[in-house]
Design a protein around this ligand. Structure first.
Ligand code: TXA
Ligand code: MG
Length: 340
């Protein structure tokens, strides 16, 4: 299958592919998604096939308006409405209880809930409206690989397997949406993202934060949290601020080149060894989140490093989302000064 590239002026053609049960990758403010008609069971099943995704991992339903959510979900609570009013369109995915049999098992993974998201991207909102159906979309990467933040990443992973990609340039935020579960007694954050715990608490009061607690033998509430994620071919090592001099020393002694991902500031303060390959995370945690997945992919495709040293950030605000993704890509491994 030839994978076509669509732009803002060819959204209608992309929408026709969705209506015909084909897969089209779509841009959002976070990462690119792999889209299919949420009401077409055969099309949704193809999403799992194309990604190589385990079928018990449910998909996010992307909508252009709240009315569509009301069609499928149980009556919305006051708090849920407040969240939608405050953060939509935007990087917040909301888990809600469904009306009986409202969506197929392939969308929900057999759960009685579904995840809804109203992405902040005009091209995609247009695509959803023109298709006339909600669009399911996991991140448009091969399962286990870093999420795509540019159309070329999607093309690399999925060309030949999907009908098209709606290209709207690089995404802004770079890490996936915050997922909040509003189906239980207490709202709980299942995945950190650009909408922080503090921002959520300000609007709806107490929120739990479940993603901290997922240990190896626990069943996570968001099924996706248990799988290996974002892993490039090289071993990623997280480097704490005070470890950079030692890490650079260690890198200089390696026989093969080491990848280094830091902000401009950390680069200025530490001499990057000549045998290292540096990838810029920009100025701060925002640019670092924007660049993280692209950097991991860069080392996979354009270099042959066996280690990637990557900068740690404080786990507050967006730093929590950045560290959550970096931690997974590193299998939680930190650089430690080798014993002498
Ligand atoms: O930013 C994003 O959210 C991107 C863009 C494309 O919208 N999408 C994305 O989808 O990251 P995905 O499938 O890679 O991650 C969705 C997460 C998974 O961890 C999944 O297990 C969880 O949401 N999830 C989906 N439905 C759920 C449900 N009913 N209950 C609990 N967790 C759910
Ligand atoms: Mg994903």
């Amino acid at each position: 299958m030839e994978t076509k590239i669509y732009h803002a002026d060819t959204i209608k053609e992309a929408a026709k592919e969705i209506q015909a049960g084909q897969l089209v990758s779509f841009p959002t403010e976070t990462v690119y998604g792999l889209g299919a008609d949420a009401t077409n069971e055969a099309a949704v099943k193809q999403v799992y096939v194309a990604k190589g995704r385990p079928s018990d991992n449910p998909l996010i339903v992307h909508v252009a308006d709240i009315t569509t959510v009301e069609k499928y979900a149980q009556p919305l609570s006051e708090k849920t409405r407040l969240l939608m009013k405050t953060f939509w369109p935007g990087p917040l995915t909301i888990i809600l209880k469904l009306k009986p049999d409202a969506l197929s098992k392939s969308v929900t993974g057999g759960l009685e809930t579904a995840a809804f998201r109203n992405p902040h991207n005009e091209a995609t909102l247009d695509l959803i409206r023109q298709a006339g159906v909600p669009i399911v979309g996991p991140s448009a990467n091969t399962s286990g690989k870093p999420s795509p933040t540019e159309a070329k990443h999607v093309y690399h992973d999925l060309h030949g397997k999907i009908a098209g990609i709606l290209d709207d340039g690089p995404t802004q935020i770079g890490v996936e949406s915050t997922v909040i579960d509003m189906s239980g007694e207490v709202p709980s954050i299942l995945r950190p993202g650009a909408v922080s715990e503090a921002q959520l608490a300000k609007v709806i009061g107490t929120v739990q934060s479940d993603h901290h607690k997922v240990g190896k033998n626990e069943v996570p509430k968001a099924p996706g949290m248990k799988y290996k994620h974002y892993a490039p071919n090289a071993q990623v090592l997280i480097v704490a601020d005070d470890q950079w001099p030692a890490a650079m020393n260690w890198a200089a002694q390696q026989n093969s080149p080491v990848g280094v991902m830091t902000t401009e500031q950390v680069k200025k303060e530490n001499l990057i060894p000549t045998n290292a390959e540096w990838f810029s995370l920009g100025e701060d945690v925002h640019s670092a989140s924007h660049n993280l997945f692209a950097g991991l992919r860069h080392f996979d495709l354009e270099s042959s490093v066996t280690y990637i040293l990557a900068q740690e950030f404080d786990r507050i605000g967006l730093g929590e989302a950045y560290m959550n993704r970096l931690g997974k890509s590193a299998g939680q491994q930190y650089f430690q000064t080798p014993n002498k």
